[in-house]
Write a protein that binds this ligand. Structure first.
Ligand SMILES: [Zn+2]
Length: 172
């Protein structure tokens, strides 16, 4: 399995809130524009996020916009749901570091991955994930186990415990 790392606590204080507020506000605004269900808290208090669920599938999958996660309904109902949430929560930790650079860098890395995809296509990966370092290297839970391990993902892995999603169930 790809290297998994436990999350460190999120920095606290007004400067960090200022650093992360713009992208998180974008996330809340997008969720409201899409008329999502929520907000629902998700994850441990020291590195959690706000979850919104789309009211119907839009082929979006799940996306982290700052400290906001927006997900298709149904995606978070299967056995892989805790792993999907841990992956998205890993993106929120990237956002703690990157702040306002988070969205532009993700866009850039997706474009790089799309270009590299024309040359080499690792099986199972989407064009925007295949060569994207922000999806496969610089995060606690890379997308790799979700792509390559499928139903064999362990339900009680320490990284799921650390993100407090091992026992996650969809909000009613
Ligand atoms: Zn991702």
């Amino acid at each position: 399995m790809q290297t998994l790392t436990l999350p460190s606590p999120r920095p606290r204080g007004p400067l960090h809130r200022l650093w992360t507020a713009p992208t998180t506000l974008v996330g809340h605004a997008v969720a409201r524009l899409l008329r999502c269900e929520g907000p629902f808290p998700v994850g441990a208090p020291e590195h959690g996020a706000t979850l919104y669920l789309l009211r119907r599938a839009r082929g979006l999958g799940a996306i982290a916009l700052g400290h906001v996660i927006i997900a298709d309904p149904g995606l978070l109902r299967g056995a892989s749901a805790p792993w999907i949430l841990a992956h998205e929560l890993s993106h929120t930790r990237q956002h703690d570091v990157l702040g306002p650079l988070y969205l532009p860098l993700h866009g850039l890395m997706q474009a790089v991955s799309l270009l590299a995809w024309t040359v080499s296509r690792p099986p199972g990966f989407s064009p925007i994930h295949a060569w994207n370092l922000l999806e496969r290297r610089f995060l606690c839970v890379p997308i790799d186990p979700l792509v390559t391990s499928g139903a064999r993902l362990p339900p009680d892995h320490p990284v799921l415990q650390a993100f407090a999603v091992a026992d996650w169930s969809p909000p009613r």
